[in-house]
Design a protein. Sequence first.
Length: 444
Amino acid sequence: MFDNLQERLGKVFEGLTKRGALTEEDVDAALREVRVALLEADVALPVVKQFIADVRERAVGQEVLRSVTPGQQVVKVVNDRLVEMLGGEQSEITLKTEPPTPIMLVGLQGSGKTTTTGKLAKRLKEKQKKRVLMASLDVQRPAAQDQLKQLGWQVGVDTLDNVPGEPPKAIAKRALQQATLGGYDVVLLDTAGRLAIDDELMREVAEIRDAAQPTESLLVCDAMTGQDAVTTAERFRDEVGLTGVVLTRVDGDARGGAALSMRQVTGKPIKLIGTGEKLEELEPFYPDRIANRILGMGDVVSLVEKAQESIEEEDAQKLEKKLQKGRFDLDDMAQQYKQLQKMGGMSQLMNMMPGMGKMGKQLQNAKFDEKALNRQLAIISSMTKDERKRPELIKASRKQRIAKGSGMTVQDVNKLLKQHAEAQKMMKRVKKMGKKGLQRHGMP
Ligand code: GDP
């Protein structure tokens, strides 16, 4: 997968990273080639447009780091945006705390749905040590039911016996009952597919959904159908609801358009990818690893990450030195707000981590009001460099200009200046107390 894209982007960025200095034209020329490469990879046009615009904005707006070349920094920006485009974090299959978890697989005929059901059963059984029951809900094609049974034998997973004439939603209910009684952890429901989406297919899937209330509704689609796979996903999402996508045949897909557009267009994560016909050939979808594979520039990315970290470290040290001298201008204040912003992001992150939710809440309660921080930062960034260094310059007309520039009122500007004056006063007091005094007052 992504062979062509990888080759093209490799060439673009190899040239870019070697140069000592980059002009805006260099970046634009590179981005034009990235645009063509993405379009040739069959990525949806709106996704490409947004991607290029975002990369351009971030590449131009970013601080230049020492110790890496501007080209390397651009690679990092492209990498980060690519990871976002692919969905950011890896998205796992959710299992209920109280088994059995019903998982419904839907999709068009020939997409690889039944094979994927078998592969997923094997994965859940072997990697997660789950007891799995599979059920075929395809009453149109008895061959499909036999196929699932065969797969069940191969992977050592039970399949529900079929009762002739039983409608799909009744099979779904019976599968769940049997799973509950039999102590299974997961029930995989392999629904029927059709050659194309039609009302009957959607009605049937909706009925099964209502009967089984699946924790996961996964669309299985063929990566080789490119943007058609994305359109199919949109239809299923709108008409029956989806929790994620399994992309099959990525092993034969040299372009990668479906994988690249799926998340952005449908808002649904790719949870798994099928990479071959064999039953073990089903893998989780890791956006960062995929981005790395596409760009082939993992070394550059980690180099820039390290440079960014060391700059942050230096900034913190500089601020500490200034504080020791009792100096604290509006740039310093902006820097502190940015730190707080990061902590705000951290509190959200912590909320998602098991056992850390409480700490995240505490951080949030500590009034890390994102919007307020953004407003403060907007005001400061509407000031000139001189004004930030010497706030006493800011008189009535300048206040009006700053308020206008940041979309705030003069009162807002006054409030910020007052806060700064108070902070500065405190810094002076801190300086008088000296380092020992600080420690006595419980500060580091
Ligand atoms: P269904 O009609 O959607 O249930 O499709 P099947 O599960 O019967 O799969 C159709 C064909 O695609 C079979 O020959 C599978 O072996 C093949 N297939 C499924 N997934 C993959 C995959 O990830 N890679 C490759 N190369 N073939 C696959």
